[in-house]
Design a protein around this ligand. Structure first.
Ligand code: FE2
Length: 423
């Protein structure tokens, strides 16, 4: 007897009428039209069954703090960093944990079950680190929370920055972070990349750096990151986040850079909602979009994922943990409006993001973890178009969340009384 059988589902790769059999928290079988006795059988009615959404770039220590102690007036990255600096002395363990747990509730409701969060290590007290390590433990039954030691104020620019970051790793933080474009000089930025990659290689850690988050066409830290990944044998273990300067770089230089990134096995995370909001703020018109070159990176063979980055914090006042909103913005900003382009944007918030995080057992295949989200949409394109309702969310075969299907009652003469937006 199976624990759970989901019948008549469509999968992200387009296969239809698929049954997924679950036993002991794992997928026992994925096959067309299977009928077998199960404790619970769910008829997906042809709707899309996806592995859970994955957010590979977030700041959970800052989330849901919008307006504290004041709102970002200029809307720039630099005012956001200054504002976060004003908020830091006011943070408490209780408030950090409460806000992070509240966000994790939102995430589950949206089918988002894996999050990589950067956590600020600049303050020697490591209060945000301790709070998020506690949250990581508490949410472990339902969210894979991976933490990145993130020296927000610059690992070299901050007195004792490397000591604090190293202590965060000692406490159990998973990934080495960095912010080379915020160091005092380009040379210091490059030195920080080298230092942090060496630290990661020494300790067997993954690397994820905020890299070139500016409109400066001459910012070159992604080049250094790719070089260090190759030199230290870290292929497949290093990620460059944002890489917005690539938007403004000279095309000839980019034609050399893309193969270098691909060869080094460095993945790239764009954060469409935040990049379109924060970049180009010093431009008049035309205003740059600021997002990195997503389709070109993908075409070069680089694994590209999308992150949410911020929800209601000093940098961004919007958001609800909805990775379909992220994919929706991503495809608009990158002009990835072909069917293949839209499907690639769905992958950017699911499979590609899981690959960045090295999530084990991710996917809908026999032997994988039985974690899914059932969407009120017939395929991935429709899911993004509608930011579709998450009908059911399962983690390891257990139901975590459910929402009623969206249906609107119409009162129009000569028309059907119900509208669902499905086509
Ligand atoms: Fe970020």
């Amino acid at each position: 007897m199976l624990d759970l059988l989901i019948k008549n589902a469509t999968l992200p790769d387009g296969r239809k009428d698929i049954s997924v059999a679950v036993q002991g928290g794992r997928i026992a079988e994925v096959t067309a039209g299977l009928s077998a006795p199960a404790h619970e059988t769910v008829d997906a009615q042809g709707m899309l069954l996806s592995p859970p959404f994955v957010d590979p770039h977030f700041h959970m220590d800052a989330t849901l703090s919008y307006g504290l102690p004041r709102v970002n007036q200029s809307g720039t990255l630099l005012e956001g960093i200054a504002l976060w600096g004003e908020l830091k002395p006011l943070l408490t363990m209780e408030a950090l944990v409460e806000r992070a747990l509240a966000y994790c509730d939102w995430a589950v409701a949206k089918g988002l079950l894996a999050i990589r969060s950067h956590v600020d290590t600049s303050d020697p007290s490591l209060l945000p680190v301790q709070a998020l390590l506690d949250v990581k433990k508490r949410v472990a039954p339902y969210i894979d929370l991976q933490l990145v030691a993130f020296p927000q104020d610059g690992v070299l620019r901050t007195k004792g920055g490397i000591d604090s970051l190293t202590r965060a790793l000692d406490l159990g933080v998973d990934v080495v972070g960095g912010i080379p474009h915020f160091e005092r000089t380009m040379a210091d930025g490059a030195a920080s990349v080298k230092l942090l990659c060496e630290l990661a290689a020494e300790r067997g850690k993954l690397v994820d750096m905020h890299c070139d988050e500016s409109d400066d066409p001459l910012s070159r830290h992604i080049e250094t990151l790719a070089y260090e990944a190759q030199r230290l044998g870290l292929q497949g273990r290093v990620n460059g986040s944002h890489c917005t300067s690539m938007h403004s770089m000279d095309n000839y230089y980019v034609s050399k850079l893309l193969p270098l990134i691909a060869e080094s096995g460095v993945s790239v995370i764009a954060n469409p909602l935040i990049n379109i909001t924060l970049q180009g703020r010093h431009d008049t018109y035309p205003k740059r979009r600021g997002m990195t070159r997503v389709p070109e990176l993908m075409a070069a063979g680089v694994n590209v994922a999308f992150g949410h980055d911020c929800v209601m914090d000093p940098w961004y006042g919007m958001g609800s943990g909805d990775m379909l909103e992220v994919a929706h913005m991503g495809l608009h900003v990158a002009q990835m409006t072909s069917q293949a382009g839209i499907r690639a944007c769905f992958d950017a918030v699911t499979a590609n993001a899981a690959k960045v995080m090295h999530l084990p057992g991710y996917g809908i295949d026999a032997g994988c973890d039985a974690s899914f989200v059932l969407l009120q949409a017939r395929d991935t394109v429709e899911a993004i178009r509608l930011r579709a309702t998450r009908l059911k969310v399962w983690k390891s075969g257990k139901l975590l969340a459910q929402s009623p299907a969206t249906a609107v009652q119409l009162h129009l003469p000569g028309r059907s009384s119900q509208v669902s937006f499905l086509r």
